[in-house]
Design a protein around this ligand. Structure first.
Ligand code: C5P
Length: 402
């Protein structure tokens, strides 16, 4: 499925070294079906050529408000009328100031003023002192107040050699935020806590006991909840996955660490989605030093103790979050998952067949609740995650103050 099928995007480039990153963005966004009209300020053309942007977008690049080749000579109207969104990236300090004041002295600023109801997304990119300058901060706040969506900026190394805030978010993050922008805001204002990945229980410094879990489903749900407008915290066991943009992540290793992190965060959240494959036991007599093989090659005598059941504990909380559990079963999914939902005391439990979903990119989720069960047909994990988020939003009790 193309994430931006037939979406018409006006991409405005302004002066900044981050311009080169937009070449990659245009490539990825067109792969996702977007139709991109690139508009460049004069300053932007010092950093990347219009030829590059034309080749990658497959469409003419607009530079000049006075272009007699355009039949009505009104590119500012033509471009802003047909667009699903206008994205300014990189957005310079100067261009943000112009937006705040409604200035219209080149094609890009003019089409922004002329945009009417067309959404405007802005990805600032500048030196840290320029970003921290009170005028820039005032402008950023004003843009937010005017309904403009600010993407970033991030913190990090800057082209000038300094380190700090003002760095443009990465092109794949801009792409994901653009995709997110078009998703329905079903969890706007909600706080969602998610556990994901395996936990890892130490035997000695080099050996662990763990459950097989890539974390892909939990991370996809975190991304989908963020897309739906929620504030998302992901408590993650060890995985090789990168954190979805906009999601807070807390890293843990053992089930007991996961338990402690969740207990600290649970009350502040509206929803708890327990996706993690939590190890059921930990090793009581784990060793500080690597266990050595003995002459008779005897297996070490490990002693196990049960881990806390994080989901059941959160589900039993007074005024706790609305809980969703997961069950990966290898057989008799219906009976096992239904029984598990009752045992854990959760309103919704999501079942899947372990051998079908582990490490896979496609998953079939079955929703178990009081009235029975329904299957969400197999689909890629992000699509499945979005369907689950929609199902949760539908079932979530209304907030007292809404
Ligand atoms: O008991 P079982 O591990 O089969 O239950 C699965 C569900 O319970 C999952 O949602 C999992 O994240 C959660 N769980 C938990 N703490 C445990 C074991 C499982 O939160 N110790």
């Amino acid at each position: 499925m193309l994430e931006l099928a037939n979406k018409r995007i006006v991409l405005g480039l302004t002066g900044g070294i981050a311009c080169y990153k937009l070449a990659e963005f245009v490539r990825r966004a067109t792969e996702q079906g977007a139709i991109i009209d690139v508009v460049m300020t004069e300053a932007a053309t010092h950093f990347i050529t219009p030829v590059t942007m034309q080749a990658l977008s497959g469409r003419p690049v607009y530079l000049d408000p006075w272009d007699a080749r355009i039949p009505n000579n009104m590119p500012h109207i033509n471009l802003s009328r047909g667009a699903d969104a206008i994205l300014i990236a990189p957005a310079s300090t100067d261009f943000m100031a112009k937006l705040v004041h409604g200035m219209a002295d080149d094609l890009l600023s003019t089409l922004c003023v002329a945009r009417g109801a067309c959404p405007l997304l802005v990805a600032p990119a500048m030196n840290r002192e320029m970003w921290l300058n009170p005028a820039t901060q005032r402008n950023a706040a004003q843009l937010r107040e005017d309904g403009v969506v600010l993407l970033g900026p991030a913190e990090g190394d800057q082209a000038c050699g300094e380190t700090g805030g003002g760095r443009m978010i990465e092109p794949d993050q801009i792409l994901n935020e653009l995709i997110a922008f078009f998703q329905p805001k079903l969890l706007q204002g909600r706080r969602v806590l998610i556990t994901a990945g395996p936990t890892s229980e130490r035997i000695d410094p080099v050996r662990v006991i763990t459950n097989r879990s890539s974390g892909k489903t939990g991370y996809a749900i975190a991304r989908a909840a963020h897309e739906a407008g929620a504030h998302v915290t992901l408590v993650s066991g060890p995985t090789a996955l990168s954190t979805p943009y906009g999601v807070d992540r807390v890293d843990v290793e053992s089930a007991r660490q996961m338990h402690d992190a969740v207990m600290q965060l649970a009350q502040a959240n509206d929803v708890f989605i327990s996706v993690a494959a939590v190890a059921d036991w930990h090793v009581v007599n784990s060793s500080e030093q690597k266990l050595k093989k003995t002459a008779d090659n005897a297996a070490p005598a490990l002693q196990f103790a049960p881990n806390p059941d994080i989901l059941a504990e959160v589900a039993a909380m007074q005024n706790g979050p609305w809980c969703v559990g997961f069950a990966a079963e290898t057989e008799n999914l219906i009976q096992h998952a239904d029984a598990k939902r009752r045992r854990k005391g959760v309103p919704l439990l999501v079942g899947n067949l372990a051998q079908q979903v582990m490490d896979a990119d496609v998953t079939e989720l079955v929703l178990f609740e009081e009235g029975g069960h329904t299957s969400l047909t197999p689909r890629p994990k992000l699509q499945a995650a979005r369907a689950l988020v929609a199902a949760i939003a539908q079932r979530l009790p209304r907030k007292n103050n809404t």
